[in-house]
Design a protein around this ligand. Structure first.
Ligand code: HEM
Length: 102
């Protein structure tokens, strides 16, 4: 596997996040280009965990030849949402169970 493979670059820092993303395909645009993409959604205890991964992917990620970021947003969740992680087990278990973007 290439050193710049997406999953290698994403994983090598050891940060923990819950990923639940949605892909979309709106068909061709008026210009005949594909309007497809991925709404990437991740939950983590601290936005720094996301930023560290995103920075690595920005520095080097072979996926960048195929994907163009077009927007981003950060939302804070109420502390009661921590129940999500508790309910699903340990942080590592929760991470393993939600590795898929699907
Ligand atoms: C168009 C955008 C993206 C695509 C198509 C994509 C695709 C993928 C695929 C196919 C995998 C391997 C299968 C899986 O574990 O789900 C993966 C893993 C992963 N991606 Fe993405 N990804 C995208 C954006 C991002 C972004 C923006 C981040 C974080 C900033 C990210 C973080 C991760 C992480 C943490 C993994 C798991 C690595 C591991 O195996 O531990 N991805 N991605």
């Amino acid at each position: 596997m290439s050193f710049n493979a997406h999953i290698r670059r994403a994983a090598e820092g050891g940060e923990v996040m819950l990923r639940r993303s949605f892909d979309y395909d709106e068909g061709p645009t008026a210009e005949g280009l594909p309007d497809t993409g991925l709404v990437f959604i991740a939950y983590q205890a601290d936005a720094e965990q996301f930023l560290a991964i995103q920075q690595r992917l920005s520095d080097a990620d072979l996926l960048n030849d195929y994907a163009v970021p077009i927007g981003s947003a950060v939302f804070g969740l109420d502390a009661s949402c921590r129940g999500l992680l508790r309910h699903n087990g340990t942080r590592q278990e929760a991470s393993r169970r939600t590795q898929g973007h699907r």
